[in-house]
Write a protein that binds this ligand. Structure first.
Ligand SMILES: *Cc1c(COP(=O)(O)O)cnc(C)c1O
Length: 493
């Protein structure tokens, strides 16, 4: 098999190995790393029928990370998808009513970010060794709530790595905030910002692009990398579970081999659904990619009009991990739609930066036909949680509920549909419980953890059961314009 190399979406000269791309995170010209072609597995698809999750991870990831040896990659996979997950299936597929939920929240932090962030630290360590990197890696992360804790969990006490997380102080759930603020780990730093996720992500990207700062870092033997889905090492492990879902549907007799399915993905930064797009283009029989948004429906508008416009009100919703108006990974899709013409990407990204919007040419717009956009408001989201619980005794978290509502409104043909279930309901306790019964309005998140346990006849997940009384280790808060200064204080005290 031929090697896959990585290039920047914005035309930076040169090609990079997967290891180099993973270590750098973001390309030096501000672009995202993309594979020089999407590996084609059509001829080998039958090989996945009976693979376990780990075997599937090797099948898929080895196609992208061609500079990793078999032994290296298998060791990373073994370490990542072991007993840190609370089920040996890793990603169970549950049939509920006329659809299927792919539960991606059985990892250490109860959200789908664990699927990739359990393995990214191992990939990065292996890459650093291959590249003979002597500098210390500083993982700079902006989070809408779930990436932060998952990255802290993954990179804690990894030698040669420091991790700094910025999150919107008022834009995450109580449980999410406590998960991050109480995280122990001598190489971890967590700071709330007075601003939203877009402010955090933009601030972090600016630090990445700061040439002078980079020089100062190099002199002190530091290099920045990213744990956000802008890192290709985050994206590749996410392609795996679409293959896994397909094989599971086949193994349980729900589809015949080769049948096309639809997937519905609750979307924010466009990483998860982009992984589905890669899976489809590798040759997995997926028909429609249904992109579900909450009231921040910038992607719905884009998919229906070809015009991206972030100039609009920002809403803080009960699905905070999707409260995003600048979806970074869309840039990777645009690169595919432009057939790798980076001058087009530069034009669009300049428009986005200066005007806050851009519009696709007709040519590029045609490529969006694989996608269906949908959105739901808060009321519909709560109704979906309540109805599905009443009808099926299945409790969805708020993000999954957005996807479920959008699926119900957009049944594309009669295809089987998989809803990507991105978080445990325990992570968004108050919003979920109050959607079921207003009698819970009086109780806070921590009291409601126990109530949810009673309702489900199960115990509160070990991952968060002592969170209310854990010591707050990280107290920092900064303004959105102080991100660079804060990083500087941490690295050069
Ligand atoms: C991150 C996240 C999303 C959005 O995923 P993207 O890859 O950013 O589109 C949806 N739901 C939950 C629970 C998340 O943590």
């Amino acid at each position: 098999m031929e090697n896959i190399l990585y290039k920047s979406t914005r035309g930076l000269q040169g090609s990079f190995t997967a290891s180099q791309a993973i270590i750098q995170g973001l390309a030096k010209d501000g672009g995202l790393f993309v594979p020089d072609r999407i590996p084609d597995i059509k001829g080998d698809l039958h090989l996945i029928k009976n693979l376990s999750y780990k075997e599937m991870a090797y099948f898929v990831m080895s196609k992208f990370l061609t500079d990793f040896t078999e032994a290296e990659l298998k060791e990373c996979i073994d370490k990542a998808y072991g007993n840190k997950f609370d089920t040996t299936e890793i990603a169970p597929l549950k049939k509920v009513g006329d659809t299927y939920f792919l539960e991606l929240f059985h990892g250490p932090t109860l959200a789908f970010k664990d699927m990739a962030l359990s393995i990214l630290p191992y990939l990065m360590k292996t890459a650093a060794k291959k590249e003979k990197l002597e500098s210390e890696i500083v993982i700079l992360t902006a989070t809408s709530g779930d990436t932060g804790k998952a990255a802290l969990e993954g990179f804690s006490e990894v030698p040669g790595v420091k991790i700094i997380v910025f999150f919107p102080e008022e834009g995450v759930s109580e449980i999410q905030k406590m998960q991050m603020r109480t995280h122990k780990g001598s190489n971890t730093y967590v700071v709330g910002i007075n601003g939203n996720f877009d402010d955090a992500q933009t601030g972090v990207k600016e630090v990445f692009a700061d040439k002078e700062f980079e020089k100062k870092l190099l002199e002190s033997k530091y290099v920045f990398s990213s744990a956000n889905s802008i890192n290709i090492g985050r994206l590749v492990p996410q392609v795996v579970y679409y293959f896994h879902a397909y094989a599971e549907l086949f193994r349980s007799g729900e589809i015949a081999w080769g049948d096309k399915i639809n997937v519905t993905v609750p979307t924010g930064n466009f990483g998860n659904i982009l992984a589905a797009y890669y899976a489809k283009n590798m040759g997995l029989p997926i028909d429609k990619l249904i992109c579900a948004s909450n009231s921040n429906k910038v992607l719905f508008d884009f998919l229906s009009s070809g015009k991206y416009d972030r100039n609009r009100d920002f809403f803080t919703t009960i699905s905070p991990s999707m409260d995003i108006l600048i979806s970074s990974n869309l840039e990777r899709l645009l690169y595919e739609l432009a057939h790798g013409d980076s001058s087009k990407i530069n034009e669009l990204m300049t428009d986005l930066k200066t005007e806050g919007n851009y519009e696709l040419s007709k040519d590029m717009g045609n490529g969006l036909l694989d996608f269906i956009g949908g959105y739901t408001d808060e009321v519909e989201t709560k109704e979906a949680i309540s109805k599905v619980f009443k009808d099926y005794k299945y409790l969805m978290d708020t993000h999954t509920a957005v996807a479920y509502s959008v699926y119900k409104d957009n049944k594309a043909g009669n295809r089987k549909n998989v809803i990507i279930s991105t978080a445990s309901p325990y992570k968004f306790t108050a919003s979920v419980m109050r959607a079921i019964d207003s009698k819970y309005n009086e109780l806070d998140d921590f009291k409601l953890l126990k109530e949810m346990g009673k309702l489900l006849g199960s115990s509160v997940p070990a991952q968060i059961k002592d969170i209310e009384t854990a010591d707050i280790v990280h107290k920092g808060v900064c303004d959105k314009c102080e991100i660079k200064a804060t990083v500087e204080k941490i690295l050069f005290p």
